[in-house]
Design a protein around this ligand. Structure first.
Ligand code: SF4
Length: 341
């Protein structure tokens, strides 16, 4: 299935500039974008995965991860094939890199925007997440779905590497309630050599989307020997604190994946070190993930320290929300930041 990729413009030289992401592809007839799913055919840019989901699940919202966003709720989650990054540690490379590794083949199961919304409602979800691969590469599919989802009373979440153009964010912002944006490291060499992208546009996206009023949480996957030095962890935390100390930061453990099978798992000690650094620079909501650490997966009142959202068991298995009046600490009445209803 394909649809016109309207987030684009025709150039004087006959090429088409895709305006979805900061790879800024300018494509001639027959060419594919870096993502492998946007292609010029008969003088138009097409999104080849429109209405074709390669992965669909009903997940706990905590799995995205979004912790200060409708805690304990279910989220209808889907993604397509294709990605604008080429992370060597990708956990979903079987779909994200599929077109690039299979001679431009596109796979997926039909899932129209209408059906996605109907399914989300049927399964009792409160939101839809565009996830598993990078959502901005299937922008028009997310846009149409997000619009319908809002009409049905559902919220929308991008789980993203943060390479959206300002135009993409401006266009989807009225329908986008939350984003989990990766900060994969804090060096240009890491982004270039390991991810096939650049650091600066990601930082810019976080700042821009935050200013637009979209609820942002960030995630950093700590990879031993690559991005886990004290200096780099502190730089990430300080960047985030400079924007907003209320922005939650998820620090996640790496497991050997894809092209990094020879790199060991992240020790729990590294995550605890990063947690302490995040707290030390003033971040109010720091969480660890991909390891068993209930104390550091729960939410505490930033003012009095009371446990206000208790998370334990498998991801999203047991979530007890103790907040009162929607968003207040039951002990000191402090108002916690997030999307709570
Ligand atoms: S979405 Fe795809 S085609 Fe568009 S700029 Fe990004 S990588 Fe290129």
């Amino acid at each position: 299935m394909s649809s016109i990729a309207w987030l684009s413009k025709k150039l004087d030289d006959g090429r088409i500039a895709c305006e979805a992401c900061n790879q800024h592809c300018k494509l001639s007839e027959g060419e594919y974008g870096i993502c492998g799913i946007r292609k010029v055919e008969n003088g138009e840019l097409y999104l080849l995965t429109y209405g074709l989901a390669a992965a669909v699940n009903v997940d706990p919202i905590e799995k995205k991860p979004m912790f200060n966003f409708l805690p304990g709720s279910s989220v209808f989650s889907f993604g397509t094939v294709g990605c604008n990054f080429s992370c060597k540690f990708c956990q979903n490379a079987d779909i994200s890199q599929y077109p690039k590794e299979h001679n431009h083949e596109i796979i997926g199961h039909p899932l129209s925007p209408q059906r996605a919304v109907a399914k989300a409602l049927e399964y009792g979800c409160q939101s839809i997440a565009y996830t598993y691969n990078e959502p901005v590469v299937f922008f028009e599919y997310t846009y149409d779905t997000a619009k319908l989802a809002h009409e049905a009373g559902l919220k929308n979440i991008y789980v993203t590497s943060g390479y959206e153009t300002h135009k993409a964010i401006d266009t989807i912002a009225p329908y986008l309630d939350g984003m989990n944006i990766d900060i994969k490291g804090y060096s240009q060499s890491f982004y270039k050599d390991i991810c096939g992208a650049s650091l600066k546009p990601v930082l810019d996206t976080i700042e821009y989307a935050h200013k637009k009023g979209i609820w942002i949480e960030t995630t950093t996957l700590l990879i031993p020997g690559y991005n886990d030095s004290d200096d780099e962890i502190r730089a990430i935390a300080q960047f985030q604190a400079s924007l907003d100390t209320n922005m939650p930061w998820h620090i996640s453990a790496f497991h050997p994946m894809y092209k990094m099978l020879n790199v060991p798992r992240t020790p729990a000690q590294t995550l605890r070190r990063a947690y302490d650094i995040g707290k030390d620079v003033g971040l109010k909501y720091v969480y660890v993930g991909n390891i068993d650490d209930e104390a550091r997966e729960s939410t505490y009142c930033p003012k009095c320290g009371k446990l206000v959202i208790d998370r334990h068991g498998h991801i999203g298995q047991y979530v007890t929300n103790h907040l009162v009046n929607n968003n207040q600490c039951p002990s000191c009445s402090y108002t916690l930041h997030g999307i709570w209803q």
